[in-house]
Design a protein around this ligand. Sequence first.
Ligand code: ATP
Length: 372
Amino acid sequence: MTNAHLKMDGLAKSYGSFIAVEEFSLDIAQGEFIAIMGPSGCGKTTTLRMLAGLETADRGQITLAGNRIDQLPVWERETPMVWQSLALFPFMTVRENVEFGLKMRGISGPERKRRVDDWLERLGISTYAERNVARLSGGQRQRVALARSLVLKPKVLLLDEPLSALDAHMAIKMQGELKTLQRELGITFVYVTHSHSEAFSLADRVVIMNGGRVEQIGSPQDIFLRPRSKFVAQFVGGISLLEGKVRGKEDGNRFLETRDGKVRLANCTGLSQGETVDLAIRADRISVTVTPGWGENEIACTLISEEFAGAVVNLHLETTSGHSLVAQVQQRELDQLDARTGARVYASWHPDDGFVLEEARQTRGAPKVRAA
Ligand SMILES: Nc1ncnc2c1ncn2[C@@H]1O[C@H](COP(=O)(O)OP(=O)(O)OP(=O)(O)O)[C@@H](O)[C@H]1O
């Protein structure tokens, strides 16, 4: 990205011989909302701490608005961090907490008061201004933590699982508030979270990390609909994978030979005859019937279990060759299906709905062309 507002280039951090972040590069535009996700210990917080200046990178550079900041101390970076624990001063009032950073920066009394009052008002916590933070609810404390960072007029706000201590109802409410605030202020947000729903509903782009490395960067739609690797497909969930060998072409479709029979694939640009690929199919694209002959790409399966997930039900299936598939159906479809656990069923999907995982092809030495 040319003219990146915040640019991270090859950031790396080890603790002794342990590599916490192997290589992290990302260009972020002004006002972009970036979410960083990945399993516990994959290096999300370490990346955020390097941005904040709380960790020194072993390698790599960080530039903000064209200026190198990776050598600057925390207080000169304009990249404050909001923590999971919020790290408020428990012995101070709300006002004192919000005012603290301004005091440290030597902002005059009247200016401090004006800015603090403004943020207390904007975040709806003016009524608690003189209350000790220890006597606030989780949601109120969260707002104090945000006010304390935003009052400093940061160029970038770093948020480390800021909603994880809130109950589900409050977390959803705060998600909406955060997004509105970020849009209004046009501040760049870098947001670490474990929650798929937070990342996918809030972010313009999501970064998926694994073992200190970036697995995929893309819009929520990209990541959800086109995971690049097995890891991302499994992390995002709801995707079935089948290994197959690329065979002949017919009407613009390719045949893939899997251990459960031949299937057709419409998105097949760049695939070569004989190549082994991982075919991915989203759960909501797989139909299930109790009799064969109803759909394309039909594979005989055993119904292993049903998992209720609110408005939909995930059906866990096993193919004859022992592969796992998951199909997502509506409750009324399940009622119509009338199949019990252990029953023989048939999974099918349209050739347009299968896609090939890009990373697996590259690992196996296929040319670097997008399959879709
Ligand atoms: N100061 C440290 N000394 C030694 N190892 C550390 C230190 N800080 C982090 N690590 C290790 O580096 C790895 C990455 O840690 P990090 O906190 O970045 O992970 P994370 O993805 O944020 O995990 P979580 O989701 O559990 O918060 C972990 O294995 C962690 O134990």
